[in-house]
Design a protein around this ligand. Sequence first.
Ligand code: BES
Ligand code: ZN
Ligand code: ZN
Length: 495
Amino acid sequence: MQIGFATEPYSELRADALITYVFDTENKFDGALADINREMNGRLESLAASGELTGKPLEFVLVHFPQGLSAQRLLLVGAGEPAKFSAADLRKIAGAALRYLKPRGVKKTIFLAREGEGGPDAAQAVVEGIVLGDFESDKYRSEKKNQEIESVSLAGFDAGRGGDLISAAEQGRIIAESQNFARDLINEPANRLTPRMLAARAEAMARDAGLSVEILDERKIAELKMGALIGVAQGSIEPPRMIVLRYTPKNPRPGGPVLGLVGKAVTFDTGGISIKPANNMEKMKYDMGGGATMLGAMRALAALKPSIPVMAVIPATENMPGGRAQKPGDVQVAMSGKTIEVINTDAEGRLILADGIFYARKLGCTHLIDAATLTGAIEVALSNVNVGAFGTPREYLDQFLASAKAVGEKMWPMPIDDEYEEMIKSNIADIRNTGSGKGGGAITAAWFLKEFTDDTPWIHLDIAATCWVDEGRAWLAKGPTGVAIRSIIDFAMKM
Ligand code: BES
Ligand code: ZN
Ligand code: ZN
């Protein structure tokens, strides 16, 4: 899809549709909408009077052959209250408009920014919305559902800020395409994305993006004594991989921070011997969502070039109940030397992350973020609205939450008090891999991970309920969301 800035007046641009948005206070129209209303002999006013055009969030009004415009259609998207309006709303409006127009055979479109909203941040948000809205899960469909939108011309932006606008749009494109890169991986069925295939995809991406890459195979993993990862992988005929990607800035500050991104990549989670019920088990192909998140973030960072080194460490494995599978009650020795009693083989994510987190620290990471489809319990706590965000120290978590807010990703801080640590004490080993108390499953899982951070500043994102949505939203297709990628990118750029 072509995205570019238009220099001609919007009313003269030929297109299949011109998209713009309307606030809920606009019973009298302002600016461009006032002009359009006038050209249309007050048609917009009549639509408002009849109650069809109210400006409530994400309401669509499609006008065919609008008088005074060279475009064939005018799509008005509700924008809600102007006082609450933010870049996050603009991102949603752009995505929702694109998704609305796609099945209607529209090819060439114009997006008209409203008065006072034509700056670089707005341009970035619109481009992100468009690229994210364009995502389709149709790789394995013989007949594609929708035709492609060919182009979006951005109109109404501050012509005086040409260079800034172009680089903001370019950044938006990189970020959203990286998010879509992760969404494509998350969509892949487990037979088409084994740990070895994921490693190959990571390697190819790293080569294209200019990142350095190292893939540890099962021999190297054994040599390094990654016992927790091996324990999970031993139930499968597919060997595990530890994927390491590195971004190094031109002039890294000696002794400065090194950010480590650790992502859970269980390419299929059957539960192992503690096997899951058949219902919905097919969804466990997305149990590598945390790893895909980190690959997406690295892909963008390679282009955006933060000033600090960033590393991704991604343990990849299947969790299968094969003849050699670990059994409930088994004790594994993690790479750190800590012993783990495996109470439930379905709590495998924390096991592989234990070795991922320890290895990232060994490689020199001074700050950590992990992302994982870790627990069903996070859905009980927060539903599919907020990512569960844990972390210590609190200031580090707060900084991350500020990034999440800035990029329009909903995340909620979760507690990690010392009292929960009691619940992962084992009778025979250092720790057990499930909580012994009632409830708090997402928190005891986080505590398990914390045991391997050795007080390195650390953020843990439980994306089990938000990495995939069963029902699409107006601006986002159903399926993989790519959540957390934008926050991680923003955070790394600000670090
Ligand atoms: N991959 C699952 C968590 C999950 C559940 C992700 C639903 C996405 C949707 C994880 O490995 C798991 O099975 N966790 C168990 C832990 C329990 C055995 C302590 C869970 O949450 O039930
Ligand atoms: Zn599991
Ligand atoms: Zn899992």
